[in-house]
Ligand binder design. Structure first.
Ligand SMILES: [Zn+2]
Length: 245
């Protein structure tokens, strides 16, 4: 909106109001314009009423008009911001959920994390150990191929080691971790295929790596309680966890 020196009020490209003392007519003119008949129109019309009344009531009211003009701009900007937020909210409401979990969200952090292999066949058992064996629900998960293997200073996995150590540092700081659980599992392909460890030496290498990884994680923060487990398949088709010290 532009208020000229001659007293005309202009909405660029849309409406030009000639100088007049008829405020009501000016409002009607603005209200009658389709461009302003919805959305921000009430705001503009209200502002226009104030500006017009002040403007047309006095001949030397230019200073007041400048202040009012600035107010109109501010009001229209805040109205635009509110309108944008409302439209975003409406868009969110319109989105349909593909799936809604019935599990309630709990915001309290448990201040514990587990580092284990990405192998999804062991995922439920890892969860079971952490949630029921160690009473650590909602623990932070750091799943990488080989799990703690990449924290045991293997040259071929030095990039993974840097990445996992950095992610652990972040969690220790951001989530105030106090406990870290490391888990290796029987028959891990990361050892046999990536590290080229012989199946005959596999378990002894994994146990040795877990011990190294415990020391590595403890070096990240002296306040951490770090424990390690080896997951073994039993002949009944279950998974048992052995503490590695
Ligand atoms: Zn694995």
């Amino acid at each position: 909106m532009i208020i000229s020196r001659s007293g005309s009020i202009r909405f660029p490209g849309l409406v030009v109001l000639k100088r007049t003392t008829d405020t009501e007519r000016a409002e009607k003119s603005i209200s009658g314009n389709n461009q302003y008949s919805d959305g921000l129109a009430p705001c503009f019309v209200t502002c226009l009423r104030i500006v017009a009344a002040k403007h047309f009531a006095a001949t030397n009211a230019r200073k007041k008009l400048r202040v009012l003009r600035a107010s109109v701009v501010n009001i229209s900007r805040s109205a635009y911001a509110t309108d944008t937020a409302e439209s975003e909210l409406m868009e969110n409401l319109k989105r349909e959920a593909f799936f809604t979990s019935p599990v309630p969200f709990e915001s309290a952090r448990i201040q514990a994390a587990a580092v284990y292999c990405s192998d999804g066949r062991f995922g439920r058992q890892f969860d079971d150990l952490l949630q029921h064996g160690l009473q650590l629900p909602r623990y932070d998960r750091l799943a990488v191929p080989g799990g703690a293997a990449c924290l045991a200073s293997h040259f071929t996995a030095y990039r993974e080691e840097e990445g996992v150590a950095e992610q652990l540092r972040f969690l220790i700081s951001a989530h105030q971790l106090r406990r870290v659980v490391l888990i290796a599992h029987e028959g891990c392909a990361f050892y046999t295929q990536r590290l080229r460890v012989s199946p005959l030496q596999l378990e002894s290498q994994q146990r040795e790596d877990l011990q190294k990884a415990v020391r590595r994680v403890r070096s990240l923060s002296s306040d951490l309680d770090v424990v390690a487990f080896f997951a073994r398949k039993t002949w009944e088709g279950l998974v048992q966890f052995e503490l590695v010290e």
